[in-house]
Ligand binder design. Structure first.
Ligand SMILES: CC(C)(COP(=O)(O)OP(=O)(O)OC[C@H]1O[C@@H](n2cnc3c(N)ncnc32)[C@H](O)[C@@H]1OP(=O)(O)O)[C@@H](O)C(=O)NCCC(=O)NCCS
Length: 167
């Protein structure tokens, strides 16, 4: 992950840094917020144990692949997270969560743009998915140039996949 600052729409600079133990408390805070998880998985807040499991997986993914989740920091303060997950076969899935206090400022778009570029520097295809109804996330995918690919059901909900291939 580069340490180049990203520029969200309204003010401030966002920097993506590799995921670490110092970000765990922020993960627990965001993942227990019903607004954040409404369109994630089954829509239920994560328990601290589940957050710990996902945190460990994120650290293991970094160790195995040299990329993965990152924390989005604005003037050093945690404002969200981005994820890059290796799917094998030349495909990386990207995703983003922003602290609700900072929604609507272009932070997800800044994170997603950086992740798209980081993914396509490594593999030929980048994908992202959202649960039906998550209009803000769909909009972010469209804004960074991903196109609709397919839909499927998971955890009882309709999921939509958007994708972009390296030119
Ligand atoms: C989705 C999420 C990351 C967006 O973060 P954000 O920083 O507010 O996003 P941005 O400001 O970069 O862009 C949001 C865009 O969606 C638009 N938008 C917001 N709510 C919308 C809605 N209900 N329907 C359609 N578009 C919507 C905004 O107007 C903006 O588009 P614009 O720049 O053309 O005006 C944030 O809402 C979030 O963290 N949600 C919870 C976690 C989550 O669902 N993550 C995605 C999992 S796939």
């Amino acid at each position: 992950m580069s340490r180049r600052p990203l520029s969200p729409r309204h003010h401030g600079l966002v920097e993506l840094v590799p995921w670490g133990n110092e970000h765990f408390d922020d993960l627990v805070r965001l993942a227990s917020d019903p607004r954040v998880v409404e369109y994630v998985g089954d829509g239920k807040p994560w328990s601290p144990d589940h957050a710990a499991e996902r945190h460990q997986k994120a650290l293991a993914h970094w160790a195995e692949h040299g990329f993965g989740w990152c924390a989005a920091l604005e003037r050093g303060a945690f404002v969200g997270l981005g994820s890059m997950v290796d799917h094998g076969d030349g495909v990386i899935e990207i995703g983003w969560w922003v602290d609700p206090e900072h929604w609507g400022r272009g932070i997800a778009t800044a994170i997603a743009t950086e992740l798209r570029d980081a993914a396509l520097a490594r593999v030929r295809r980048v994908v992202a998915g959202y649960v039906d109804g998550n209009g803000a996330s769909e909009r972010v995918m469209v804004k960074i140039g991903l196109r609709y690919d397919r839909s499927f059901r998971a955890a009882g909900r309709l999921q939509h996949v958007y994708a972009l291939e390296r030119a």
